[in-house]
Design a protein around this ligand. Structure first.
Ligand SMILES: Cc1ncc(COP(=O)(O)O)c(C=O)c1O
Length: 346
């Protein structure tokens, strides 16, 4: 690849890996971009999310989910998660929409703010896929587009597919800490031809194809993945099955280990998900026990971490509309994530 001297944005590896990834994920289309965050942003733009729109998501997520919504000057609305999957709770989503919105010309309006609820971003926490089928049915009923934030879920399966079976668009991340990496990078998956063309266009500065002229027809983004990163991703994709086997083995070892400790629960994926076990987690009975464990293990040089501070507790999102977030707050106080990287040396 280096010998070819094509290391930047336009190069053969990008299109080749896009095709391989689409095939791997059983999706019609894939677009490679510079990060999972850029993928989320481009997906929101392609689905028509604009300034002052609202986007439903979970408070228990990594910051990037909400940052991408904010890049469009749209407003997140926070739902609670389910205890078994850490994904958006469909029951609460349905109740929220029934009690707080009405449809006008097939557009979902929030009674409380008067704004349009344009999209929902459901995140697959720790790599585990929750009730995305039920979330999709609810979003369809209320004419809300659905994005899967599968940044952590590459290789996880539900009903035979990771991405796109139950959403309009799905994204993943190839950041260095993910199952496979491009150094940095992300991808946008869809089965919709029009959406795909739109995503391809806006992530390449919205430049019209022309032999030599520079004509751009809207505000776009320089989000294309460079060829050099795509070459690394190509090599990583060849190893994904082995990475997933190694991840499962590590998860089994953690599960067996904590099985003997009655005060600590190993967090298992929901039964309907064949998880990639991206990040292993354990649950304590109290915040005090969790904090003591974090302190002791970090003092000993181990990279144990709490879950992300819930988004509604961050200063940028503290005034956003939210439902009761009891499970989110409880999980934040009791969960510790464990070192979960595996190597895949040949
Ligand atoms: C849930 C979630 N969404 C989005 C991202 C953003 O991906 P990236 O770091 O590639 O921008 C991440 C993590 O990296 C993530 O965990």
């Amino acid at each position: 690849m280096l010998d070819s001297s094509i290391v930047s944005s336009i190069g053969p590896c990008v299109a080749e890996v896009e095709e391989q990834l689409a095939k791997y994920a059983s999706n019609k289309h894939c677009t490679l971009v510079v990060s999972g965050t850029a993928a989320l942003h481009a997906a929101l733009v392609a689905l028509g999310v604009k300034a002052n729109d609202e986007v439903i998501t979970q408070s228990l997520t990594f910051l990037a989910t909400c940052n991408a919504i904010s890049y469009q000057q749209a407003h997140p609305i926070f739902m609670d998660v389910e205890e078994d999957s850490f994904g958006i709770c469909p029951g609460q989503l349905e109740r929220f929409l029934a009690q707080n919105t009405y449809l006008k010309d097939n557009i979902c309006i929030n009674r409380h703010s008067g704004r349009i609820i344009k999209a929902c971003v459901a995140m697959h926490t720790l790599g585990h896929i929750g009730k995305i089928n039920e979330i999709q049915a609810i979003c369809k009923k209320y004419h809300i587009s659905l994005i899967e934030d599968a940044a952590e879920a590459m290789g996880s399966m539900r009903d035979g597919m990771t991405f796109g079976k139950y959403s309009d668009v799905a994204i993943t991340s190839f950041n260095g800490n993910k199952i496979i990496t491009a150094g940095g990078g992300g991808a946008i998956f869809t089965n919709d031809d029009t959406l795909h063309n739109h995503v391809q266009h806006i992530t390449k500065n919205a430049k019209q194809p022309h032999q030599y002229e520079y004509i751009h027809d809207q505000i776009g983004f320089n989000y294309r993945m460079p060829n050099l990163n795509a070459a690394l991703l190509k090599a990583q994709l060849e190893l994904i099955d082995q990475f997933l086997i190694n991840k499962k083995e590590l998860a089994q070892q953690y599960d067996n280990f904590f099985d003997h400790i009655p005060t600590i629960e190993y967090v298992k994926p929901p039964p309907s998900c064949d998880s990639n076990f991206w990040l292993n987690a354990i649950k304590f009975n109290s915040k005090e026990e969790r904090s003591a464990f974090l302190q002791e293990t970090n003092d000993a040089g181990m990279s144990t971490r709490p879950l992300w501070k819930p988004m509604h507790q961050l200063i940028m999102f503290k005034n956003c509309q939210k439902t009761k977030l009891n499970i989110t707050e409880d999980l934040y106080q009791k969960i510790v994530t464990l070192p979960s990287s595996v190597t895949c040396l040949k």
